[in-house]
Design a protein around this ligand. Structure first.
Ligand SMILES: Nc1nc2c(ncn2[C@@H]2O[C@H](COP(=O)(O)OP(=O)(O)OP(=O)(O)O)[C@@H](O)[C@H]2O)c(=O)[nH]1
Ligand SMILES: [Mg+2]
Length: 195
C-alpha cells in the first residue's frame, strides 16, 4: 500500500465524539513517548500530522486520522506516564476501555514497544489485554536507530519472549528517524484490510 492522502479527523475523549463506524480502524497503543505519533507521521510521510513531543504525555485524547479516504489510523494516548494524577489515570483507563472494547469497526491494535528495553509490566499487561479482546498480533519495536544490528536482534528476541508472542504474531523494527520498517508495516495493514 502507498499512503497518498491523510487527514486529521477529530479528537475524542468519549464515545459520542468518535467518527461514525463506516470505515475500518487500526489503532496504535503503547507507553507515553514510545513513538506512536511519530510512527503515524512516518507512515503518512507528514512531518506534523500528529503532534510529537519529547516530553511524555503529549497525546491525551483519542485521535482519528483518515487514510486514503478508506480507513482510519487511531493514535491513542500513551500509558505509563508517571506525572499523571490518579484521577487522570482512571479517566485514561475508562477512555481506552470504552474505545477498545466497544468499537465494532476496530480491526487491530498495533502495540508499540521501545526496542531498547525489555517491555515493561504495563506493556505486557496491555498486550495481554489486546490478546484477550482479539486485537493483538502486530508489535512495532520503535527507535531501532538507537541500536546496533546485534543489539536489535537480541532485543527483538527478548520482546518476543516477554510479550509471549505466538507464531502468527508479527514484530517489526521501526525508526521514525531512519525511516525504516514502513513497508513491512504497510504490508501488514494491507493484510488487515484484506487486500
Ligand atoms: N531516535 C528516535 N526517536 C524517536 C523515534 N520515534 C519517536 N522518537 C522521539 O520520541 C519522542 C516521543 O515521540 P512521540 O511520537 O510524541 O511519542 P508518543 O508515543 O506519541 O507519546 P505520547 O503522545 O506522549 O503518548 C519524540 O521526541 C520523538 O522525536 C525514532 O524512531 N527514533
Ligand atoms: Mg502521541
Amino acid at each position: 500500500m502507498k499512503i497518498t492522502s491523510s487527514e486529521f479527523l477529530c479528537s475524542a475523549a468519549k464515545k459520542g465524539q468518535y467518527p461514525d463506524e463506516s470505515l475500518p480502524e487500526i489503532a496504535f497503543a503503547g507507553r507515553s513517548n514510545v513513538g506512536k505519533s511519530s510512527l503515524l507521521n512516518l507512515l503518512t510521510n507528514r512531518r506534523s500530522l500528529a503532534k510529537v513531543s519529547s516530553s511524555p504525555g503529549k497525546t491525551r485524547t483519542i485521535n482519528f486520522f483518515l487514510i486514503n479516504g478508506e480507513f482510519r489510523i487511531v493514535d491513542l494516548p500513551g500509558y505509563g506516564y508517571a506525572k499523571v494524577s490518579r484521577a487522570e489515570s482512571e479517566s485514561w483507563g475508562r477512555m481506552m476501555e470504552d474505545y477498545l472494547e466497544n468499537r465494532p469497526n476496530l480491526l487491530k491494535v498495533v502495540q508499540l514497544v521501545d526496542s531498547r528495553h525489555e517491555p515493561s509490566a504495563q506493556d505486557v499487561q496491555m498486550y495481554e489485554y489486546l490478546r484477550y479482546h482479539g486485537l493483538s498480533g502486530i508489535v512495532a519495536a520503535t527507535k531501532c536507530d538507537k541500536l546496533s544490528k546485534n543489539e536489535l536482534s537480541r532485543n527483538l528476541s527478548l520482546i518476543k519472549k516477554t510479550l509471549s508472542l505466538g507464531e502468527d504474531d508479527i514484530i517489526i523494527a521501526v525508526s521514525a528517524l531512519k525511516r525504516t520498517g514502513t513497508e513491512e508495516l504497510l504490508a501488514c495493514l494491507d493484510g488487515l484490510l484484506e487486500r
